[in-house]
Design a protein around this ligand. Structure first.
Ligand code: ATP
Ligand code: MG
Length: 239
C-alpha cells in the first residue's frame, strides 16, 4: 500500500519572476478527493498555479508545499497533462510506456501496461503510429494515458481540451470522470465555462495570481461571491 500524499497544505507560496509576483502568496489546502476546476481570465495565473502545485516552479522564500510524505516521494504520485503535450518522435505505445521504463520497469512489462492504457483511452488502433502524427484529440488522450500509467494519486491538467473540438472534448471529459470515480484527485484549469459546469465539484477562481474564490460548483455558478467572478461568468472583461 502506497502512503497517501494528500491532503496538500500550501503555505504562503509565491512565484516571482524578475521581481514581479506571478502567483500568490497562496495559503490553501488541496483535499484528498474531488474534481476541482481552476478558472480565471487570461494571465490570471492558472498555469503558474498548477505548475507551482506540481513542483515545477521555484517557491519564493517563506513559502512551502507540505505533502503528507517527503517531496520526492510525492512527486512520483503526481501526473500532469499540458495544453500542448510534448511527444517523443516514437510510437504512441513507446510514449506511454516511457514513464515506466525510465523508472526501471522491464520493457516488455511496461509495453503490456502501455497497451492496456492505450485501449483504455480508445487508442488501441494507434499503438504503432508515430505519436507526432496523431490528431489533437488523440494526442491529448495519449498524454492522459502517459500521465496515468504510474497511477498517480493526483492529476493536474492545464487546459487539456483547449485545442479539441466538441466531440473530442466530450470523450476526454468522459475519461476524466471515470478516472476521478476510480479515486484520482483531479485539479484542472479551463477557460470553457460549459466544461467547468459539466465537470467541477468545486471551482477555484483565480485573478491577478490570487485565489479569489474556492467554492462548491453550484454556489460558484449560481451565486459567485466576488464581483470579478460575476463579471467573468457574464463574459465581461475584468481588470
Ligand atoms: N516565463 C514567464 N516569465 C515572465 N512572466 C510570465 C512567465 N510565464 C507567465 N508569466 C506571467 O505570469 C502571469 C500568469 O501567467 P499564467 O500563464 O499562469 O496565466 P494563465 O491564467 O494560465 O493564462 P492563460 O489563460 O492565458 O493560459 C501572466 O501575467 C504572465 O504574463
Ligand atoms: Mg494558462
Amino acid at each position: 500500500m502506497v502512503d497517501a500524499i494528500l491532503p496538500l497544505s500550501v503555505e504562503n507560496a509565491q512565484v516571482r519572476r524578475r521581481g514581479k509576483v506571478l502567483v500568490g502568496p497562496i495559503t490553501t489546502t488541496v483535499s484528498e478527493t474531488g474534481l476541482s476546476i481552476v478558472m480565471g481570465p487570461n494571465g490570471a495565473g492558472k498555469t503558474t498555479l498548477l505548475r507551482l502545485l506540481h513542483g515545477m516552479e521555484r517557491i519564493a522564500p517563506g513559502g512551502q508545499l507540505n505533502w503528507q510524505v517527503p517531496e520526492p516521494k510525492a512527486r512520483g504520485q503526481q501526473g500532469f497533462v499540458f495544453q500542448a503535450p510534448i511527444m517523443m518522435r516514437r510510437s504512441a505505445l513507446e510514449n506511454v510506456a516511457y514513464p515506466l521504463i525510465i523508472h526501471g520497469m522491464a520493457r516488455s512489462v511496461a509495453r503490456d501496461r502501455a497497451k492496456a492504457w492505450l485501449a483504455r483511452v480508445g487508442l488501441q488502433g494507434s499503438a504503432e503510429k508515430r505519436a507526432t502524427v496523431l490528431s489533437g484529440g488523440e494526442r491529448q488522450k495519449l498524454a492522459l494515458a502517459r500521465a496515468l500509467i504510474r497511477q498517480p494519486q493526483i492529476l493536474f491538467l492545464d487546459e487539456p481540451c483547449a485545442n479539441l473540438d466538441g466531440r473530442a472534448t466530450r470523450e476526454f471529459e468522459a475519461l476524466l470522470l471515470e478516472i476521478h470515480q476510480e479515486g484520482t484527485r483531479i485539479v484542472m484549469s479551463t477557460h470553457d465555462i460549459g466544461q467547468a459546469r459539466r465537470l467541477a465539484q468545486d471551482v477555484w477562481f483565480i485573478h491577478h495570481g490570487q485565489i479569489l474564490e474556492k467554492t462548491p460548483a453550484e454556489t460558484f455558478f449560481e451565486h459567485p461571491e466576488s464581483m470579478e467572478a460575476r463579471a467573468f461568468l457574464q463574459g465581461d472583461i475584468i481588470e
